[in-house]
Design a protein around this ligand. Structure first.
Ligand code: NCD
Ligand code: ZN
Length: 432
């Protein structure tokens, strides 16, 4: 008798090149095997997964959970609930909280809060510099020992190149990636939308693409020189994509992520959605969107991450200039990725890889696969069900999305967390 049998789904485990109809066997909180449909052992509980995708638990390596200090926007518990609702069993939380996560004590506190919430696993990303000020490195060894999985000043760029070089060297020492928020502030010039026709039409200050690509070029060069692991957050421009592609071809240890808004929307959305479409980096041109999609398809961008950035409705109501940057994404990422699959831009395995083994490798964590003995984090996906995005139904405490009202297809119907089923839409498929 095993604990749980997930019966007859399309099992997608890109880490092992697996894509076939099979049963997934779970016992004692771990995957015991993926077996042919005629080999089902007796089980205490079963999920009929016919017509569903059965994937390793999805990983979102770029979220802002706002606790401590911004609990009116999101907490660790509400963020973890939103994660699970969106199909994510693991999220990595950025350090730009208040206070900043630049302290091992706070890193441990975040882990304890997440464990108490008991939903998605929350892996803390620690700050690279004290207070995200870009000047003094944090204690990488102590933060790593406290449980930090990576280091980032996300939200703020590290402007001084010698500081970034030292950060990469420190990351190498503790075998952790440094995650770059690539924005040259001297070039960004206080812009709030992409510098281009939309900015001109709306009379808004523009942020040129080169503010990103110049920084990506600098950081790839530094990572190559140091031999360190670099991860580029929220890649948004064709020029930066080309730099990452060349760096990878040259053997630099760089991984890169794209957020759903950057592969689905261009700057025109700002005209329609206003501050709900204000984020950093900003929505770019159609050519940039096409380049991001092509980079996802060819593996240059190996991670999809939401950059879930909750903000209160009152803050977003301040208007384009004063509203904070950021949009939420935990509960819309999967259907927006599936748009690319339905459109033939990505195949299912590539899409799932960017949500599982891609981020697992970028972070260097043992997750993102259904290999025997792996912790049984599983996401069950109905790839076809049609629905309309309705932020009022979100588990997140915030509603700031430009995707309200969008018709989409596909969602996570349930997740398993170490074999424990968190059921959202299984209905009669789940017997126990
Ligand atoms: C993020 C936030 O609100 O913390 N905002 C955003 O627009 N992406 C910070 C960041 O990821 O740069
Ligand atoms: Zn950022």
């Amino acid at each position: 008798m095993i604990d749980l049998l997930i019966r007859g789904g399309r099992v997608l485990d890109p880490a092992r090149g697996l894509d076939r109809r099979a049963h997934v066997l779970i016992d004692g909180g771990r995957v015991r095997g993926v077996v042919a449909p005629d080999e089902a052992p007796p089980a205490r509980a079963a999920i009929d997964a016919a017509g569903l995708w059965v994937a390793p638990g999805l990983i979102d390596m770029h979220v802002h959970l706002r606790e401590p200090g911004g609990e009116h926007k999101e907490t660790i518990a509400t963020g973890a609930a939103a994660a699970v609702a969106g199909g994510f069993t693991t999220v990595a939380a950025m350090a730009n909280t208040n206070p900043v996560n630049d302290d091992p004590e706070l890193t441990r506190w975040i882990i304890a809060r997440a464990e108490a919430a008991g939903l998605a696993r929350v892996l803390p990303i620690a700050a690279v510099t004290k207070g995200l000020a870009g000047e003094t490195l944090t204690d990488f060894a102590a933060l790593r020992a406290a449980g930090a999985v990576a280091f980032s000043d996300d939200g703020a760029p590290i402007m001084r190149r010698e500081i970034m070089r030292a950060a990469l060297a420190a990351g190498r020492q503790v075998d952790a990636a440094v995650i770059a928020h690539a924005e040259d502030r001297t070039l960004a010039g206080g812009g709030i939308v992409h510098a281009g026709p939309v900015a001109e039409r709306l009379g808004l200050p523009g942020m040129p693409g080169v503010a990103e690509s110049a920084m990506v070029e600098r950081d790839c060069a530094l990572a190559a020189a140091v031999g360190a692991r670099l991860h580029i957050a929220h890649l948004s421009t064709a020029a930066a994509v080309a730099i990452v592609r060349a760096a990878r071809a040259a053997g630099t240890r760089v991984t890169a992520e794209a957020a759903p808004h950057h592969f689905t929307l261009d700057a025109e959305a700002v005209a329609e959605r206003g501050a709900l479409a204000k984020m950093n980096p900003p929505l770019r041109t159609r050519a940039d969107v096409a380049a991001v999609c092509a980079a996802l398809a060819d593996g240059t961008i190996d991670v999809i991450a939401s950059d879930h950035a909750p903000h209160h409705a009152d803050e977003k109501a301040l208007g384009m200039a004063a509203a904070p940057f950021g949009v939420i994404g935990l509960e819309t990422t999967l259907p927006l990725v599936l748009e690319l699959v339905h459109a033939g831009v990505l195949d299912a395995a590539t899409a799932i890889a960017a949500l599982t083994v891609g981020p697992a490798r970028a972070l260097g964590i043992a997750a993102g696969t259904l290999a025997p003995d792996a912790v049984a984090d599983v996401t069950l996906i109905d790839p076809d069900v049609a629905w309309t995005i309705d932020p009022t139904a979100f588990r997140s405490r915030s509603r700031n999305t430009p995707f309200a009202g969008r018709a989409v297809r596909g969602l996570a119907v349930a997740v398993c967390l170490a074999g424990r089923v968190v059921d959202h839409h299984l209905g009669g498929r789940y017997t126990r």
